[in-house]
Design a protein around this ligand. Sequence first.
Ligand code: NDP
Length: 310
Amino acid sequence: MSAAILFATNTPKYSSFLVNLCRELYPDVKAFLPGEPGAENAQIAACWAPDQDLLIEYPNIKLIHSVAAGVDHLGETLLTAGLPVCRVVDDGQKIGMFEYILYGILNVQRNFDKAIQEQSIKNWQRYPIRKKKDIRIGFLGLGELGGYVSSQLAAFGYSVYGWSRTKKFLQDVHCYFGEDGLDSLLEQSDIVVNILPLNASTQGILNAQVFNKMPEGSYLINCGRGDHLVEADLIQAIESGHLRGALLDVFSVEPLPENNPLWTTQGVSITPHVASDASKPEIIHQLVDNAKKLAAEERLNNQINPTLGY
Ligand code: NDP
């Protein structure tokens, strides 16, 4: 197999790490950093937030491969270049996402978020314990990640709802779709979990209109993308007392700037884009597998629909 892969992430250290791992796992595959001799022959670009001039500098690229689950970071120029775009789908990443979302749910269900606030004022305050089945969780997005996590939580005993673009059938998950479906989900969710991909139709979807439809005292978990959220609307919904709070993993600007008011909004918990990730060897395995498929002109794995953008 003679395919050559160019590792083009926005962090030279991360690109170098992936190149070295690829050389170690697959000595027969040619792995390059941008600018290295021979890189101009690369047919596959393995990317995270790459330079938008990538295809001008490397005209032999025939496949753009995200090194993550999302593809929004590739940018409009590369997403609309007419080349196939693939992404990584990893079972381990699904488990990591389940753990993260379960943490957010338990925080609310068992009032651990309130206990932390009470500790800061040395107040001994006990709360009633709510059963899993009494906690209604609404998922925005029922794809690889949302589909897996919602099903696991339903099997674990929570009352789970989900929303997607097209109708889905998942055991014990009450599935909605379309605009009316979104309203039905929001109205009956104690916790809304966003795990949608970012595209033109989902940008800014977590806004005042949506928050107003969520029940009094409900909670948001955002592990999709920062641009799904209108930050000022969330702060307003929490400070007015309508929403209990939010667990946020992703932000429009990352790292979250020091002066961003989310840092200090009471009820907001922040994690630095760590909800879950694919294992590094798995990323390399999937890249190389698709490189082989490209060379053999076979159907690629995990190729996105360019019209839908995911
Ligand atoms: P998938 O492409 O597998 O699933 C996307 C889901 O969103 C599908 O159910 C799809 O519906 C639904 N959807 C897309 N657009 C709309 C819309 N306009 N209205 C309603 N539903 C819509 O994606 P994954 O599950 O693999 O990943 C989702 C996102 O999670 C990634 O794009 C990434 O942004 C984020 N992510 C975050 C991580 C973190 O650490 N914070 C880690 C990994 C991913 P349908 O199937 O009907 O088309």
